[in-house]
Design a protein around this ligand. Structure first.
Ligand SMILES: CCCCCCCC/C=C\CCCCCCCC(=O)SCCNC(=O)CCNC(=O)[C@H](O)C(C)(C)COP(=O)(O)OP(=O)(O)OC[C@H]1O[C@@H](n2cnc3c(N)ncnc32)[C@H](O)[C@@H]1OP(=O)(O)O
Length: 221
């Protein structure tokens, strides 16, 4: 089962997610084209007008800042607009979450030029983004969805763009509501060569605290 399209989805929900993902894919292609283009100035200005038209088209019944989208399962499930995993997000690579049998969570993605830091390599903040997300999923899979309270990174080698990446995370220790998590980024071609390593502390809020933090959470228990 893919956590990004659970079998419980109704046809309408599936159709909505499919449409959101279609728009997300084209927006990502647009973002990548926009940051790589060598088109002349007049073409950029024409594209800007077209982008304004698209923005107007989509500004219909916008959801509230803290509202959980109807297409999402929160916490611990599909997030269509996540800047990391969201198929509907132009910011997301997007990263696909998978689990493996021994308790580690594995995510795969490929970064584009839009995610560049040093020329040809991924931005260090983007590596942190990928790790934070997959480490968060490791907590959810360990039964304690939580928020990052500390994240330490060691950048060992640059992360190459346009190369399939493998992001792994595993809960190593639990102390009450606090989980220590270890994470890595490698390429899928050389999974043992660690490019970035992370240690993090996640905190799983108690039900009352979760209700206060996330008012639209239906059943924090
Ligand atoms: C039931 C449902 C709950 C749902 C929650 C799900 C959320 C996940 C969502 C989607 C999953 C998909 C994946 C996403 C992944 C990405 C995650 C992120 O990006 S999260 C955004 C960035 N993080 C923040 O914005 C946090 C900001 N921090 C806070 O708001 C507070 O710190 C908060 C509410 C988390 C805790 O605040 P306090 O005041 O209640 O807690 P205090 O007492 O400070 O610490 C709690 C415990 O942690 C220990 N602690 C604190 N800092 C520590 C540290 N650096 N190292 C080790 N332990 C530490 C403390 O000693 C304490 O432990 P002792 O309970 O006493 O045993």
């Amino acid at each position: 089962m893919s956590p990004l399209d659970p079998p419980s989805a109704t046809d309408a929900l599936h159709d909505r997610r499919t449409a959101i993902a279609a728009l997300g894919a084209d927006l990502r292609a647009l973002v990548e084209a926009a940051v790589r283009t060598g088109a002349p100035d007049e073409v950029l200005l024409l594209a800007a007008k077209e982008a304004q038209h698209l923005t107007a088209l989509l500004t219909v019944r916008p959801r509230g800042r803290a509202e959980v989208p109807e297409v999402d399962v929160f916490p611990g499930g599909i997030r269509m607009y996540s800047p990391v995993t969201g198929a509907g997000s132009p910011l997301a690579p997007p990263l696909q979450i998978e689990t493996v049998d021994d308790g580690a969570v594995v995510g795969t993605c490929t970064l584009g030029v839009a995610h560049e830091g040093p020329p040809g390599y991924g931005h260090g903040g983007v590596s942190a983004l990928l790790l934070d997300e997959v480490m968060g999923w490791a907590c959810s899979y360990a039964g304690q969805p939580g928020m990052t309270i500390e994240l330490n990174l060691s950048y060992k080698r640059p992360v190459v763009l346009e190369t399939p990446l493998r992001v792994t995370a595993r809960v190593t220790e639990r102390h009450g509501r606090t989980n220590l998590v270890h994470g890595t980024i490698a390429t899928t071609a050389a999974p043992r060569t660690v490019l970035v390593e992370a240690e993090a502390v996640f905190f799983a809020p108690a039900p009352d605290q979760a209700r206060a933090l996330f008012p639209s959470l239906r059943d924090p228990a």
